[in-house]
Ligand binder design. Structure first.
Ligand code: UDP
Length: 289
């Protein structure tokens, strides 16, 4: 299901030919009833410029969307997964961030629609589990990247790669000393599947991310080197409430799911750069036939 507010049909075109796959165009803000065994709720733009473009819709997606899907799960006794976020921790004062850290979040800023929306969603999941016994699974996802991102996604990895490939200036916000920990998409998906599997019954949030931490400036230098680009770094103002540092403590995921990321940043960047190179030549091409 997708409303294509940020998703693209090209990302799933290769699946449409399978009888075992069906697609519904729908916005989770509106309720729905379809037969389900398991629900993965990843609905919501995740890139700051996209989720801030219509902040009220973002909050509704998180809150009404979760409510609708939790009601659906209750009706069908389905297991339900929530894509939560490291933004739960805001601009963290504890580093790295374990799940029992309550965070440092501004409720009244440009990021609040996403941060507080996702926090409210966690609360709804918790309460549907407590009140109706719904089988919930919650992943707190840290910065993730990989093929099938939009060239205009607006997040740092895709911005830097696209800028480098086009020979445009690389836009570092602030002085680039802020840190992020970047997880390759395939590692993340493996974590989702383990979290939703029968081997675990963990009903509390689990951090999923790659603990290898880099400054934004280091990322810019890596991308320039790997693409062989002649682009120059330019410094632009740091967005309001931009977290200073971010790195997951993945002890819980290791113990409960036997999970840890296996793709190093250089390897993940290589396939992501190759993807964007193809996209820039043939913008609507499929990645995998
Ligand atoms: N950033 C940057 N240049 C860009 C896009 C982002 O320097 O073109 C910075 C941004 O200010 C933040 C970090 O990169 O410190 C990660 O930003 P992103 O939007 O990817 O995700 P966030 O972790 O902020 O949600």
């Amino acid at each position: 299901m997708d409303d294509f507010s940020t998703g693209r049909i090209d990302n799933i075109r290769h699946l449409l030919r399978y009888d075992t796959f069906s697609f519904v165009r729908h916005d989770v803000i509106a309720s729905l009833d379809i037969p389900v065994n398991e629900i993965y709720n990843l609905a919501c733009p995740a890139s700051p410029p996209h989720y801030q473009a219509d902040p009220i819709h973002t909050m509704k997606t998180c809150v009404f969307g979760s409510l609708n899907l939790l009601e659906l799960a209750t009706r069908h006794q389905a297991r339900i997964f929530q894509a939560s976020t490291s933004e739960i921790y805001g601009d963290p004062q504890v580093h790295p961030q374990p799940e029992n850290y309550w965070g440092n979040v501004n409720s009244f800023g440009p990021r609040s629609c996403y941060d507080e929306g996702k926090r409210s969603a966690e609360t709804l999941f918790r309460d549907f589990h407590a009140q109706y016994g719904v089988d919930i699974r919650i992943a707190r996802i840290f910065n993730t990247y990989g093929p099938r991102m939009r060239p205009d996604d607006g997040r740092v990895v895709s911005n830097f790669i696209v800028q480098a490939l086009k020979g445009q200036d690389i836009t570092v916000y602030g002085d680039g000393s802020q840190t992020r920990s970047f997880c390759y998409v395939a590692d993340l998906i493996e974590g989702f599947i383990r979290l939703m599997g029968n081997e675990t019954t963990i009903h509390t949030p689990v951090n999923l991310g790659n603990p290898a931490e880099f400054t934004v400036r280091e990322l810019a230098e890596k991308v320039i080197t790997m693409t062989g680009s002649s682009s120059h770094v330019v410094y632009q103002p740091l967005p309001i409430d931009d977290p200073r540092q971010r790195r997951p403590d993945i002890t819980v995921a290791k113990h409960e799911l036997g999970w840890e990321p296996s793709v190093a940043l250089a390897d993940g960047l290589e396939s992501t750069i190759a993807y964007f190179e193809r996209q820039l030549v043939r913008p609507n091409s499929e990645l995998f036939e």
